[in-house]
Design a protein around this ligand. Structure first.
Ligand SMILES: [Zn+2]
Length: 198
């Protein structure tokens, strides 16, 4: 029988620094990473990454011109997934965001819809919120996906429309059409053949 050194090492580390499940806070076994088996079985994958006309993409196309859209899991109130989102959003547990982003990146990697990505965009966070939180969650997700897909992250490609004056100017540029989007892509990235993940 082959001796598994990494498993023995993990068991020793867990003895002194026990790891807990991101979904239910129970102690993880040396075989588990991030989520316990019970919580993993609770998750309902959407498989939207393999369907160009999934319900999310169809809905979003009513508002904005997108190439493809995906979501990792169906939302289930009170389950492991809810707990992980809560940890990331309200408790600042970056590990939870990194874990989900890594999973999302793997689903993008196996999808033909996201094969030709040029890069990954970061949704800008208001400076005040960034100071309060200490980091931008979107940036964390973008860099985690980048590490799996080996695509460049463009942290400053999107800018937040700060003033009503700028919003009005943009509307004027769009021929008077109301600007519903809270962000605008910088001119340098307005190249039609490029596809960005947001
Ligand atoms: Zn669990």
């Amino acid at each position: 029988m082959k001796f598994n050194y990494s498993l023995v090492f993990q068991s020793l580390v867990d003895l002194f620094f026990p790891r807990t499940c991101l979904g239910c806070v129970s102690f993880l076994t040396p075989y588990e990473k991030g989520l316990c088996i019970g919580c993993q079985l609770q998750l309902s994958p959407t498989n939207f990454n393999l369907d160009a006309n999934n319900p999310l993409a169809v809905k979003l196309r009513e508002f904005i011109p997108i190439y493809a859209a995906t979501a990792l899991f169906y939302f289930q109130k009170g389950g492991a997934f809810t707990h992980m989102i809560h940890l990331l959003k309200y408790k600042g547990v970056k590990k939870s965001g990194a874990y989900l982003s890594h999973w999302l990146a793997l689903s993008l990697k196996e999808s033909p819809l996201f094969m030709d990505l040029t890069g990954i965009l970061v949704v800008p966070l208001h400076p005040k919120k960034r100071r309060q939180r200490g980091y931008n969650q979107s940036e964390l997700i973008a860099f985690e996906i980048s590490s799996v897909l080996n695509k460049k992250v463009y942290p400053k490609a999107l800018v937040r429309i700060k003033t009503p004056y700028l919003k009005l100017r943009l509307e004027k540029l769009k021929g008077g059409n109301p600007c519903k989007m809270p962000f605008v892509v910088l001119q340098i990235f307005k190249i039609k053949k490029d596809i960005f993940f947001l």
